[in-house]
Structure formats: C-alpha cells, structure tokens
Design a protein around this ligand. Structure first.
Ligand code: MG
Ligand code: MG
Length: 255
C-alpha cells in the first residue's frame, strides 16, 4: 500500500534524513588508506546514537538474506555494488567505496548512499561516480506531481545507458516512511508514462547503482549479502530520500 505523508510528516522525515546525511559525512571523513570498514561503520553509528536515532540496517533481516545485517552502514568496495558488510577489511589507495545508511528518528526513516574514492583516484572511477550522481539528479528532477514512476525510472536508466553504464534490473528505489521499504518500487530503468502517478506527499528513496563497464551481470558473495559485478568491473551507488511536493522534489537526506 502506498502511504501519502502530510506536510508535518515530511518535516519529521527531513529530520531523520538529516541524521543519515550527517552519519554518512562522518563515515566519509573517517575513510582513508589503512582505515577499516568497521571504523567507518563506528563513525556513522556514533552520529546516529548521539542524535537519539536508531540504525535502520543493523539486524535488518529480509527473507532473502541468510543472516541479520551486522552493520549500521553497507560498505561496498570496488566491484561490490551494494549490501557490502563493514568488516575489518582495510581500505587501500584508489579504492572506490559506496556507503549506504539508514536511520529512524521519532519513528520515521531516512535512507541515503554516497560513493567516493580513497587516496589517489582513477579518473574512470570518478567518471563512474559522477554518472551515478547525475543519474540520481535526473531521477529527482523527474519526481514531480503528475509524472509517473516510469518517468523517474526512465530518467535514471536512459541516462545511465547513454553513458555506457550497466544497471541492475531487479534492484532499485522504493517508497519509504515509517518503514524503510514501502510501496511503490522505483526501478532504475523503465518506460516513460508508465506506472503509478506521482502525488504530493509521496516519499521515495531513489538509488541508481551503476556498473562501470556496461554489463548488468552480478553475483552474490558467499556472505549472502554482498552483490558483486560478475566480471570484476567497479560499481557506484548514489541515493537520496526525497518528498514529492507541490513545489517540486524536496531532498530529505541533504546535509
Ligand atoms: Mg540505502
Ligand atoms: Mg534504499
């Protein structure tokens, strides 16, 4: 069922989104060569705890997963696309890191993801990250009253394909509110003019996950959580929680 939020509820979700933005910023500021993924997780966890919020990912256990998620952030490095576990793995020079974080504040959820490079970056990785952020911006731009879910999906996917990037067919964005995952699904590729009509008060998490080399193929790690590109190509992930308002899209997980 699709939940439409009141203006007051959107304001509360903005506060939850701000905590997530601050948690991601703290994790990113901690990232450096030799620092472990667990250290990034701890930095995000501290921000969430100090804000009086609750991590949304920790102990999250969807039906398809073999075990509850053990971290506050998903940390996906290089060929890991999403759902990476924040282990003791230490970052190396040139690693492409994607961090995804969710938190509940006063019963409302925020969900956001960023990608960046640690140390000296390969220009191709920076280009992939820029394309992923631009795909997200295209999706947000299309999130307007009167448009449809398919307009968002097409805006993200068509841009990604125009840049020669791969797109995961069966992973994408989602409605969000009192639960992290609500209806509707928001695919990262689709057809304009199709799907549910967008209304003011609809809150969505949009999240392009792009694969550098144009292949769409991925596999699950033996850990049961991490999605990796099949051929080892690097991937990037960018996500914001946004509200559709009469005045246009409002980013709830901005700093
Ligand atoms: Mg997320
Ligand atoms: Mg999400």
């Amino acid at each position: 069922m699709v939940e439409i939020k009141t203006e007051d509820e959107v304001r509360s979700m903005r506060e939850a989104g701000r905590v997530v933005a601050q948690a991601l910023a703290a994790a990113r500021a901690t990232a450096a060569v030799g620092v472990s993924l667990r250290d990034l997780d701890a930095a995000a966890a501290a921000v969430i705890r100090e804000a009086g919020a609750t991590p949304a990912f920790l102990d999250y256990h969807p039906a398809w997963a073999p075990s509850p998620f053990p971290g506050v952030v998903c940390a996906s490095v290089n060929d890991a696309i999403v759902h990476g576990i924040p282990t003791d793995h230490r970052l190396a020079d040139g690693d492409l890191v994607s961090l995804d974080c969710g938190a509940y504040l006063d019963g409302w959820c925020g969900d956001s993801a960023i990608s960046f490079v640690v140390g000296e970056a390969d220009p191709e990785d920076l280009s992939l990250i820029a394309d992923t952020e631009a795909a997200l911006a295209r999706g947000i731009e299309a999130a307007r009253v009167g448009n449809r879910i398919g307009d968002i999906a097409d805006a993200i996917g068509a841009f990604a394909r125009s840049r020669g990037r791969g797109v995961l067919a069966d992973h994408g964005g989602h409605g969000i509110g009192r639960a992290m995952h609500e209806d509707p699904d928001v695919p990262n590729e689709g057809r304009r003019g199709r799907g549910m009509k967008l209304r003011a008060g609809l809150v969505l998490a949009l999240e392009p996950m792009l694969i550098g080399g144009g292949t769409d193929d991925y596999r699950h790690d033996p850990d049961g959580w991490t999605l990796r590109t099949l051929d080892g190509t690097r991937a990037a992930h960018s996500e914001h929680t946004i509200a559709i308002t009469p005045d246009g899209p409002l980013i709830l997980t901005a700093a």
